[in-house]
Design a binder for this molecule. Structure first.
Ligand code: HEC
Ligand code: HEC
Ligand code: HEC
Ligand code: HEC
Ligand code: HEC
Length: 453
C-alpha cells in the first residue's frame, strides 16, 4: 500500500513535470540580436497543470483520499473474498459493478428451459469481477477528459430495479440528482429463492412476497415434521435464509416489506423524498465519520442543514431517542413472539465482532435463523436457548454432527411467521432503528405483530 502510494506520487510528479516543462520560466535575456520578421500568432495552448490542480489540491482529492481510508468500502474485506464470483461481484468489486452498469444487466429471473430452473440474471462478467471499492467505483469518469466534467459525475444515478424482487419493483430517488440510486444499486437486499431440489416446482424462482402477505396466515410455509413434508417445501429454511446485508436501500425507499394488511398505513417518512444518502452519510467530517468515510455514526451535521432540522443531536427526544426506542421495542416484541414449541426462530449472537448488528437489540439478534449448522453457525447452539433441527444437513458434516441435529426440535413456520421474519430482518439490518424511514419500519413491525395474533 505504502509502495503503491509512492508510485502514484512518483507518476503524478513526473506527469506534472512533463506538463510543466512547457511553461518553465525563462532566465534573464541575453544580448539583443537583430530583430527578425514578425511571425503569425499561434493558437493559445492549454496549461495542463491547471487542469490537474482543479482536482489535485489538498482541499479536494487529497483530503478526500484521507477521509476514504476510514470507509468500509476501502477497509472491508469482502471485495477480495468475493472477487471472481459473478453473483457477488456486482456489489462487492469495482470491476463487477462497472460491468453491470455498462451492460445494463437486468435484475430479472429467467427460466432455463433445459434445466427447468430459474436463473438470476443479475451477475457480472467473471473476467471483470475484481477490484476493491475505490474512487473509480463511484466516479467512473476520473481522468477521462481531465476537465471539470469528469467529477463528480457518478457511475450510475439511474433508477434501480431491485434484485430482491427479480426487478419487479423499481426504486428511483431523484433528490440530489439521483445520487442515492448509486448507493441503492449495491445497498439493496438479495432475493429469497426456491432452493429445495427435492421439490422441482419453480426451483430457483423468487418468492412471491405480495402473495405471502395475503396467504392464509396460519397455513404452514414450512413443515419439518417428516421427509415427505420437507420435500413439499419451496424454501428449506437454514441459518442463512435471509435478506442479505444491504436492507438499507429497501427501507430508505420504503419497499420490499411483507405488507400485511393491518391497522397502520404503510406511509413514508419525509427522508424518502427529501434526504439523499449523501446528506446524512457524507456530511462534514466529525472525527473519523462523515465525508468520504460514508459513516453516519455520531454525525449530526447532516441533519442540521438548511431546510431540514436545527439543533438535532443524540439527546433529541423527538428526533433521535424516542423513534429509535420505538423501533427497538417493536423489534424485541416481534422477536419474542416469533417462536415454535418454545424455541425462537431468530438467532442471537453475543459476539460483537461477528454480529454486525450487535447492541441494536437487547437480545443481540443478527437476523439469521436459529437453525443448527456446525459449518456456518458454529456458535449458534451455545448462544441460543434451544436451536432447530436443520432440514437439509450437509454431506460434509461429521456423523456426530448429523446425530446432534437429529436430537433437536423440528421446525414449523406459518406464512405469517415467515413474512414477519423477513420484516424483522429488513428493519434490524437497516441499522438506524427507524431513522432511515420511521413510518415504513413502524408499519411493517406493527402489522407483523398483529398478523401473528
Ligand atoms: C476531474 C478531477 C481530476 C483531474 C482534472 C485530474 N485528476 Fe488525477 N485523480 C483524480 C482522482 C479522483 C484520483 C484518484 C485519487 C486516489 O486514488 O487517491 C486521481 C489520481 C491520480 C493519480 C494516481 C494514479 C491513479 O490513477 O489513481 C495520478 C498520477 C494523477 N491523478 C495525475 C493527474 C494529472 C497529472 C492530472 C492533470 C493532467 C490529473 N491527475 C487531473 C482526479 C483528477
Ligand atoms: C459498488 C457497490 C457499492 C456502492 C455503489 C456503494 N456501496 Fe456502500 N458498501 C458496499 C459494500 C459491499 C460494503 C461493505 C464492504 C465490506 O464489508 O467489505 C459497503 C459499506 C458501506 C458502509 C459501511 C457499513 C457498515 O457496516 O459499517 C456505508 C455506511 C456505506 N457503504 C454507505 C454507502 C453510501 C452512502 C453509498 C452511496 C454514496 C454507497 N455506500 C455506495 C457497496 C457499495
Ligand atoms: C445486490 C448487492 C449485493 C450482492 C449481489 C451481494 N452482496 Fe454482499 N453485501 C452487499 C452490501 C451492500 C453489504 C454491506 C452492507 C452493510 O454493511 O450495510 C454486503 C455485505 C456482505 C458481507 C458482510 C461483510 C462484513 O462487513 O462483514 C458478506 C460476507 C457478503 N456481503 C458476502 C456476499 C456474498 C458471498 C455474495 C454472493 C453470494 C454477496 N455478498 C452478494 C451487497 C451485495
Ligand atoms: C461509494 C461511492 C463513492 C466513492 C467510493 C468515492 N466517492 Fe467521491 N463522491 C461520491 C458522491 C455521491 C459525491 C457527491 C456528494 C454529494 O452529493 O454531496 C462525491 C463527491 C466527490 C467529489 C466532489 C466533492 C466536492 O466538494 O465537489 C470529489 C472531488 C470526490 N468525490 C473524490 C473522490 C475520491 C478522490 C475518492 C476516492 C478516494 C472518492 N471520491 C470515492 C461518491 C463516492
Ligand atoms: C436522514 C438521514 C439518513 C439518510 C437519508 C440515510 N441514512 Fe443511513 N444512516 C443514518 C443514521 C442516523 C444511521 C445510524 C448511525 C448510528 O448507528 O449511529 C445510518 C446507518 C446506516 C448504515 C450502517 C453504517 C453506519 O454508518 O452507521 C448504512 C450502511 C447506511 N446507513 C446506508 C445508507 C444508504 C445506502 C442510504 C441511502 C440509500 C442511507 N443510509 C440514507 C442516517 C441516514
Amino acid at each position: 500500500m505504502k509502495l503503491q502510494k509512492f508510485f502514484k506520487l512518483a507518476i503524478f510528479t513526473l506527469a506534472l513535470m512533463a506538463f510543466g516543462a512547457a511553461c518553465v520560466k525563462e532566465g534573464p535575456p541575453g544580448k539583443d540580436g537583430a530583430t527578425g520578421p514578425g511571425g503569425t500568432n499561434g493558437t493559445n495552448g492549454k496549461d495542463a497543470n491547471e487542469t490537474c490542480k482543479m482536482c489535485h489540491t489538498p482541499a479536494k482529492v487529497d483530503i478526500i483520499a484521507v477521509q476514504f481510508e476510514y470507509s468500509k468500502h476501502a477497509t472491508g474485506e469482502a471485495a477480495i473474498a468475493e472477487s471472481g464470483n459473478a453473483g457477488c461481484s456486482p456489489c462487492h468489486t469495482q470491476g463487477g459493478f462497472q460491468d453491470v452498469v455498462t451492460r445494463k444487466v437486468p435484475a430479472t429471473f429467467t427460466l432455463n428451459t433445459t434445466t427447468g430452473k430459474f436463473v438470476n440474471d443479475y451477475s457480472c462478467d467473471v473476467t471483470k469481477a475484481y477490484g476493491e471499492l475505490l474512487c473509480r467505483t463511484c466516479h467512473s469518469s476520473i481522468h477521462e477528459t481531465y476537465t471539470s466534467t469528469d467529477m463528480p459525475k457518478l457511475t450510475s444515478t439511474a433508477a434501480v430495479p431491485l434484485t430482491f424482487t427479480g426487478g419487479k419493483v423499481v426504486v428511483n430517488l431523484t433528490q440530489d440528482g439521483g445520487s442515492s440510486n448509486l448507493c441503492i444499486k449495491c445497498h439493496q437486499p438479495r432475493p429469497f429463492t426456491f432452493n429445495n431440489s427435492k421439490n422441482p416446482a419453480n426451483t430457483g424462482d423468487v418468492l412471491d412476497y405480495a402473495g405471502l402477505a395475503k396467504a392464509v396466515k396460519t397455513d404452514l410455509f414450512f413443515d419439518g415434521t417428516s421427509a415427505a413434508t420437507i420435500a413439499q417445501a419451496k424454501i428449506l429454511p437454514g441459518y442463512r435464509t435471509h435478506t442479505h446485508y444491504g436492507t438499507v436501500g429497501a427501507i430508505v425507499s420504503g419497499t420490499c416489506g411483507i405488507e400485511f394488511a393491518g391497522t397502520m398505513a404503510y406511509a413514508q417518512a419525509v427522508h424518502v423524498t427529501k434526504a439523499a444518502c449523501s446528506d446524512c452519510h457524507m456530511a462534514s467530517m466529525v472525527g473519523g465519520a462523515g465525508g468520504h468515510s460514508f459513516n453516519a455514526k455520531g454525525v449530526f451535521t447532516g441533519c442540521n442543514i438548511s431546510g431540514c432540522h436545527t439543533g438535532v443531536d443524540a439527546k433529541s427526544a423527538k428526533y433521535w431517542i424516542n423513534p429509535r426506542a420505538t423501533i427497538k421495542g417493536l423489534l424485541e416484541q416481534l422477536a419474542a413472539k416469533l417462536q415454535y414449541n418454545g424455541v425462537q426462530f431468530l438467532n442471537k449472537n453475543t459476539d460483537a465482532t461477528s454480529n454486525l448488528w450487535y447492541g441494536i437489540t437487547s437480545g443481540n439478534y443478527d437476523g439469521y435463523l436459529n437453525v443448527y449448522d456446525p459449518a456456518t453457525n458454529p456458535t449458534g447452539l451455545a448462544m441460543n436457548n434451544g436451536t432447530f433441527q436443520n432440514p437439509n444437513p450437509s454431506g460434509s458434516w461429521t456423523a456426530e454432527q448429523k446425530a446432534i441435529n437429529l436430537t433437536l426440535p423440528v421446525l414449523k413456520i406459518t406464512n405469517a411467521q415467515f413474512g414477519a421474519i423477513i420484516n424483522f430482518q429488513l428493519c434490524l439490518r437497516e441499522y438506524s432503528l427507524g431513522i432511515h424511514n420511521l413510518d415504513y419500519s413502524k408499519a411493517l413491525l406493527t402489522n407483523s405483530l398483529a398478523a401473528l395474533n
